[in-house]
Design a protein around this ligand. Structure first.
Ligand code: DC
Length: 224
C-alpha cells in the first residue's frame, strides 16, 4: 500500500490539498483532525471539561470511532451516529486540540489510523502523520502558511457560511492552537526531517497543488 502524509498547522490548507490529491491519485483521503474532533464532541457530551477528569479512561473504552465514505467524502461515525456535520465548529477544534494531548486518546486514534492505511492507498493529513502515525510514508509533506494568512482564510470561510467572525480573534486562536499542538509532550506538531516543506502563504490552492503533485510524481518515479 502507498501512503502520503500531510502535516501542518491549522488552516494551512491541508484538507483542501489532501482531498484534491487523493482524487487525482485515486487514493482514500483520511482526515485525522476529524477523529480528534469526534473525541472532543464525545467528551463534551459526557461533560468532561479537561484532561484530568478521572472518567476519561473508562469513557475511552466506550468510544467507538469509524470512518465511512459517501460519494468520496469522509463521514465520521461516533458510537453508531454520523457526527460529521457537528465537527467543524471553532469550539470543537479548540477542544480537539486540548484533548488530543492526552496519551490514551492518541494511542487509540493512532492505532485506528494505522489500520486504515494498511488496507488502502491513503492521503492522510494531521499533525503527527509523518513523524508518528506513518513514519514510513512514501511521501511526506509539511504544509504551512503565515498565521495571518491562515486566519484570513478561516475568516473568509466563516463569512461565506453566513457566520459572524472577528479576524483578530481568529488569528489569536490560531496562534494559541499552534502553540498547544507544537508544545504538547506526546507527538507534537513537528516537521519530519525528511518532509518536503510547502509554504502556501503566497500561493492559491491550484499553485500549491501543482507544486505538491510535481513533488509526489518525482518521489514515485524515484521509487519505481
Ligand atoms: O486539523 P484540525 O483542525 O481538524 O485538528 C483539530 C485538532 O486535533 C488540532 O488542533 C490538533 C488535533 N490533531 C492532532 O493532535 N493530531 C492529528 N493528527 C490531527 C489533529
Amino acid at each position: 500500500m502507498s501512503s502520503i502524509a500531510i502535516d501542518g498547522p491549522a488552516g494551512a490548507g491541508k484538507s483542501s490539498i489532501a482531498k484534491a490529491l487523493s482524487k487525482r491519485l485515486g487514493y482514500i483521503y483520511i482526515d485525522t483532525g476529524a477523529m480528534y474532533r469526534a473525541v472532543a464532541l464525545f467528551f463534551v457530551e459526557n461533560n468532561v471539561s479537561d484532561g484530568t477528569d478521572s472518567r476519561i479512561e473508562s469513557l475511552l473504552e466506550k468510544l467507538e470511532i469509524s470512518i465511512k465514505y459517501e460519494d468520496g467524502a469522509q463521514k465520521v461515525i461516533l458510537n453508531g451516529e454520523d457526527v460529521t456535520g457537528k465537527l467543524r465548529l471553532e469550539e470543537i477544534g479548540k477542544l480537539a486540540s486540548k484533548f488530543s494531548a492526552i496519551g490514551s486518546v492518541r494511542e487509540k486514534l493512532v492505532a485506528l489510523q494505522r489500520k486504515l492505511a494498511q488496507k488502502e492507498n491513503v492521503v492522510m493529513d494531521g499533525r503527527d502523520i509523518a513523524t508518528t502515525v506513518l513514519p514510513n510514508a512514501d511521501v511526506k509533506i509539511f504544509l504551512t502558511a503565515k498565521p495571518h494568512t491562515r486566519a484570513l482564510r478561516r475568516y473568509k470561510e466563516l463569512l461565506e457560511k453566513g457566520m459572524e467572525a472577528d479576524i483578530n480573534d481568529i488569528e489569536a486562536d490560531i496562534i494559541k492552537r499552534d502553540e498547544r499542538d507544537m508544545n504538547r509532550e506526546i507527538s507534537p506538531l513537528r516537521q519530519a526531517t525528511d518532509a518536503y516543506v510547502v509554504d502556501s502563504s503566497d500561493k492559491d490552492l491550484d499553485d500549491t497543488l501543482t507544486e505538491i503533485l510535481f513533488y509526489v510524481k518525482r518521489k514515485f518515479d524515484e521509487r519505481s
